[in-house]
Design a protein. Sequence first.
Length: 95
Amino acid sequence: MKTIGERLSEYIDNKGFSKKEFCEEADLAYNNFVRVLKGTRPLGINVLDRVKHVLPNLNVNWLLYGEGHSEVDSGLHTVHEDAENYGKLNIENAI
């Protein structure tokens, strides 16, 4: 099984970033980030937050545990209602 660093490195590569470009975009220190990728430094919550800011579709479950797909479903499953009718009871359909 791949490590967190290996999965993250692969994901960054697949998105077309060089490691230096990614660090600049995420405002991360390159030398420290490379240690995270190599597994000699843990992935902290602050680094993860910056990674998610640049790569919002990255599936954190996949990154941390290798479970699921590398990206989350970006399609929102929401119900849209007309603001004017929101909360009004439809009497015709209620009977």
